[in-house]
Write a protein that binds this ligand. Structure first.
Ligand code: AMP
Ligand code: ZN
Length: 135
């Protein structure tokens, strides 16, 4: 695995993911330990650790895709709102050291605790097919 980085391997298609969007720069896929139904990660295929070592140009390209995917999720799922979360460093809760943006769908009054819990793989597979964005 390049860099020993799981998200590089997912971005390169070496490890499977519940993909919902892909283009030349980014991949978006469901988080396998979701905070909420439809919790999605957007990563650049190119490795960087966090926001400080990612170029402004790349950040601009990523955030455009985050918006595109979030907009699609909001239209496709029952979803009243969403959080965008991007952790930098272990102190901030970053567990995978390849920059990623979380899109966390929210429902009115859900009082979400932002705790990971293992997702149901069959449900994630079904959901990824429902959310798939065609280029
Ligand atoms: P963070 O705490 O911001 O580093 O978030 C890392 C996220 O990656 C967590 O929410 C994990 O559940 C998620 N994650 C780890 N491995 C995978 C994987 N193979 N596929 C999808 N999500 C993953
Ligand atoms: Zn990486």
């Amino acid at each position: 695995m390049k860099n020993n980085c799981i998200f590089c391997a997912i971005g390169a298609g070496e490890i499977p993911s519940f993909k919902i969007y892909e283009d030349e720069l980014v991949l978006a896929y469901l988080d396998i330990n979701p905070f909420s139904f439809g919790h999605t990660l957007v990563i650049p295929k190119e490795h960087s650790r966090g926001i400080l070592d990612t170029s402004d140009e790349m950040l601009g390209e990523i955030i455009k895709r985050v918006k595109k995917v979030a907009s699609h999720i909001k239209k496709t799922l029952p979803c009243d709102g969403f959080n965008i979360l991007q952790n930098n460093g272990e102190a901030a809760g970053q567990s995978v050291h390849h920059i990623h943006f979380h899109i966390i769908p929210r429902m009115n009054g859900d009082e979400l605790a932002f705790h990971n819990s293992p997702g149901d793989m069959a449900e994630l597979d079904k959901l990824a097919k429902k959310l798939a964005i065609k280029n």
